[in-house]
Ligand binder design. Structure first.
Ligand SMILES: *Cc1c(COP(=O)(O)O)cnc(C)c1O
Length: 435
């Protein structure tokens, strides 16, 4: 009998082939042998199929998909989305630079974020991006001033904070009044009037983004209604918007959460926007990349607790730790959000093996450095493990904490795989410093 529940893999690009995990037609063990561990592995086919789901869901409605770069900003990933026809949602000048390097079209870039610097605004104006999603009166004033200096017109939308609860983790909820994001509705009309009267500003649209890993679509519909009420109020004043941006946030399956039903969501949005002549924009990140990626890591050490001691909630005497070569610097989500990731041995196991309950932890000197807790499996030193759903907010949240080089990244395409980011060297880590 197999220890592995295939349910765990239902949303993942990874699947078993003759008892070994593979992505598309490539065995993950072959990638680990060739590139070493830890390594992020992505499925090119799944990036495309997730993208296609959204395209289909919005068919018939004028729309543009802006991939949220911060979910996974590896150049080869951006290039694939650019080739698929995506625009991009960026939150920094650095991300704009990545989009341009990957061959993305600046005319399809929207710039979000509460803290755009003068330098970043200038960069975006010079490259003539599609739209600034403005998050405060101060930012609007600064964009106008820079557009004046540079002799440009700045296309803008106001990002509204619709004060709806996305019902998600507090760290990834952004649409509540208490969050730092967006402009309060009651201030929006006055700011639109200012913007409409500004000779350096072209008022294009209205935007929101209420949070991430959203399961229930209702908060998104609530936000849509609030934006539409503002669109109507503005129209009465002669300020006609052409674009409506509903942000990202579509949830994915990590454990047992049902995937966000983009088809049902799309049908309702189409019904609501049908004849209004607004171009819809969305900014999905996680939905496009999370389950297309895994993180491969190898077991370095096994620390087996005292089998005979009494183990309960408060005593860890009986705990077993599998120390692996990936850590919170590689995949921060468990430490940052107590996020749950499926973990499977790359070689399928029999339950008659020596099964124990393991905490899977990294080498970093922090108790918060763990990837998974209380997982039942039979482990030996040297085993290769696959951390699922690691394609979004994995590599982009990685760091060099403990002076650990960042992991390599690989894209699988059918029976072939290619290195798209080499593992950092220790030399890479020291080059910016001087004694
Ligand atoms: C992070 C972010 C997104 C993407 O969120 P996902 O949950 O990954 O879809 C979209 N828009 C903005 C403004 C963001 O900050």
């Amino acid at each position: 009998m197999l220890t592995v529940s295939p349910e765990l893999l239902r949303a993942s690009a990874a699947h078993f082939v003759e008892g070994e995990l593979a992505i598309e037609d490539v065995a993950l063990a072959d990638i680990a042998d060739a590139v070493g561990t830890p390594v992020y592995v992505y499925s090119s086919a799944m990036f495309s199929s997730q993208y296609q789901l959204l395209v289909e869901a919005l068919k018939g409605l004028p729309n543009r998909l802006h991939y949220a770069v911060k979910a996974n900003s590896t150049l080869a990933v951006l290039k694939q989305f650019a080739d698929l026809g995506a625009g991009f949602d960026i939150v920094s000048g650095g991300e704009l630079s990545r989009v341009l390097t990957a061959g993305g079209d600046p005319a399809h870039v929207v710039f979000s974020g509460v803290g755009k610097s003068t330098e970043e605004i200038d960069f975006a104006l010079k490259t003539e991006i599609e739209c600034f999603n403005v998050e405060s009166a101060g930012e609007l004033a600064r964009i106008s001033e820079r557009a004046n200096v540079l002799g440009k017109m700045a296309p803008i939308a106001l990002r509204i904070n619709p004060n709806v609860d996305a019902q998600t983790h507090p760290y990834i909820s952004t649409g509540l009044r208490e969050n730092k994001f967006g402009i309060a509705q009651e201030n929006a009309l006055a700011l639109y009037r200012l913007a409409a009267a500004d000779p350096h500003i072209q008022v294009r649209g209205i935007a929101c983004h209420i949070g991430s890993q959203i399961g229930d679509p209702q908060p998104l519909f609530d936000a849509l209604e609030q934006l539409l009420a503002l669109v109507d109020a503005l129209k009465n004043e002669g300020i006609v918007l052409t674009d409506i941006d509903l942000g990202g946030g579509f949830g994915v399956t990590y454990d047992e959460e049902p995937a966000f039903d983009v088809t049902a969501w799309g049908d309702r949005v189409k019904e609501r926007l049908g004849d209004r002549g607004l171009q819809l924009s969305i900014e999905p990140g996680r939905f496009l990349t999370a389950n297309a990626g895994v993180l491969l890591t190898r077991v370095e050490y096994l620390k087996v607790g005292d089998e005979h001691s009494v183990s309960n909630e408060t005593s860890s005497a009986g705990k077993h730790f599998a120390v692996v070569d990936a850590a919170m610097n590689d995949l921060l989500r468990p430490s940052l959000y107590q996020a749950w990731h499926g973990v499977l041995p790359v070689k399928q196991q029999n339950t008659d093996g020596n099964t124990r309950t393991w905490d899977i932890v990294g080498p970093i000197c922090e108790s918060g450095d763990w990837l998974a807790k209380d997982r039942q499996m039979s482990l030996s030193v040297g085993d290769l493990l696959c951390v699922l759903s690691a394609g979004a907010y994995g590599s982009t949240l990685s760091s060099n904490y403990n002076t650990r080089p960042r992991a390599a990244e690989v894209i699988v395409d059918g029976a072939a795989f290619r290195l798209v980011r080499r593992r950092e060297s220790l030399q890479d880590l020291l080059t910016t410093e001087m004694l």
